[in-house]
Design a protein around this ligand. Structure first.
Ligand SMILES: NCCC[C@H](NC(=O)CCC(=O)O)C(=O)O
Length: 448
């Protein structure tokens, strides 16, 4: 196999906190004002990265963003020195300071949508940073995300990093969390599966009533257009609105795919039968044998799927073609889910091994194993063209853990976000990080 799917996990930033910012994300709104442990959050994420690296999977790291985001606060009229900007926001608008301090960029499944070179017209790997414009605290991510991706995938012979779509609700884009790529081999032509919550220019489509649909059909179509995908290599599906209203705020909370397998819930998509048929037909046309693994609602309810994050799992192909499913610890705590997983792994199907990780700090904000990683399928030569400073190794693991130990607090409350020392702590840490990961100047405080 000379092509691989590389996971780029988000390194949790020093301001990781629980601010209850994501209406529609049940974990986020139910853990508001809990005290976080940024150091532990970063260590948990690094532990997963290293464990998968040690299992032989290709692993990279996406650096965190500058938080609090002083530049965004200035755009909202807070003025003075950087410290005064933060102090004024803390006094006049603590909720806005919390949003400008979120470490939400750790969930790199929302960083961008990625089309491997086997799928694109110009045979390059294409990235479109997600505008994430449904939530203010996420909408401020894409400019830095783009600069980070350009610093990581700088070789324009192999990679193309687009601008985010227009940051307006008609083009709401949440990136790879609503995108799955199926293939027979990672470097062969594949089928890209785009899942949306609502249509913005076409009233014929239903929409969720209780929680927001964060991704539009038109955003999906725009990304496919930008990436030069062919109609025969694309399938669109609408998330079942009732499932969104039950807390499935991204498709990666109710389904996950890898290679030719789609692991999904019975109530994932509208017209599910038609969707699975189109995926099967289009994958067959490029030499893949589509294998849907559908979990009946009678065995695991949507509510249990949201509670356990069973589908926010990673499916990793082993050399023999069978797959590991990487799940969060929370799956052990939901009896129907844990017994389903035992049955699944001994069913003789493609998924035959379970790996469990403690990602509680991230999970309490609604981010599981799949949220924390951005998948980039690449050939060996494309991997060689990536900035090697961002690829996991024993050295990078040790260096990043020491860096976290040196710079991170082990507790952060909502009030701590007003601490004037926090800004300098974060900037000092990130300045050092850009040297460790050979990123150059990517943060606003480095660009002035
Ligand atoms: N893919 C998982 C994303 C989770 C993320 N949570 C948050 O932003 C919660 C942040 C907070 O509430 O402090 C979201 O909802 O976009």
């Amino acid at each position: 196999m000379n092509a691989y799917e590389v996971n780029f996990d988000g390194l949790v930033g020093p301001t990781h906190n629980y601010s209850g910012l994501s209406f529609g994300n049940v974990a986020s709104t139910s853990n508001t004002k809990a005290v976080s442990n940024p150091k532990q959050a970063a260590q948990q994420g690094l532990a997963k990265m290293k464990a998968l690296h040690d299992l032989g999977f290709k692993q990279g790291v996406l650096a965190p963003h500058e938080r609090p985001d002083v530049a965004s606060l200035r755009r909202l009229g807070f003025s003075g020195s950087d410290g005064e900007v933060v102090a004024r926001a803390a006094k006049e608008a603590p909720a806005i300071l919390a949003a400008a301090s979120s470490a939400s960029c750790m969930w790199t499944a929302n960083a961008a949508t990625v089309s491997p070179s086997g799928d694109t017209a110009d045979k390059r790997v294409h990235f479109t940073p997600a505008n994430l414009n449904n939530k203010f605290h996420r909408s401020i991510e894409h400019p830095t995300t783009r600069r980070l991706l350009q610093a990581m995938f700088a070789d324009e012979q192999h990679f193309m990093v687009h601008e985010a779509l227009p940051a307006q609700m008609h083009f709401g884009d949440e990136g790879a969390a609503n995108h799955t790529r199926f293939c027979a081999e990672y470097d062969a032509a594949g089928v890209e599966f785009f899942v949306f919550g609502a249509a913005a220019f076409d009233g014929r489509y239903p929409a969720p009533q209780r929680f927001p649909a964060r991704q539009t059909l038109e955003a999906c179509q725009a990304v496919a257009r930008l990436h030069g995908l062919s109609e025969s290599g694309v399938v669109y599906a609408q998330q079942d609105p009732a499932t969104i209203d039950a807390g499935v705020f991204h498709n990666d909370v109710i389904s996950v795919g890898n290679r030719n397998v789609l692991f999904h819930h019975e109530k994932s998509f509208l017209e599910q039968g038609r969707v699975l048929e189109e995926l099967s037909r289009k994958l067959a046309a490029v030499g893949g044998q589509f294998v849907p693994v559908e979990v009946p609602d009678a065995e695991v309810s949507v509510a249990e799927a949201v509670k356990s994050y069973l589908f926010n799992s990673q499916l990793l192909s082993k050399p023999d073609g069978s797959m590991i499913i990487v799940v969060p610890e929370e799956c052990r705590n939901v009896e129907s889910v844990w017994s389903y997983l035992q049955k699944l792994s001994s069913s003789g199907g493609p998924i035959n091994e379970i790996r469990v990780f403690d990602l509680k700090q991230s999970m309490q904000n609604g981010g599981g194993p799949a949220c924390l990683r951005l998948r980039v399928a690449m050939s060996a030569s494309e991997i060689a063209a990536v900035n090697q400073g961002v690829l996991m190794s024993d050295d990078l693991f040790a260096t990043l853990n020491a860096w976290v130990e040196r710079h991170y607090r082990d507790r952060l409350s909502a009030d701590d976000l007003a601490d004037p020392l926090l800004l300098d702590e974060c900037r000092t840490a990130l300045d050092e990080l850009t040297r460790i990961m050979r990123l150059g100047s990517v943060y606003p405080f480095q660009l002035v």
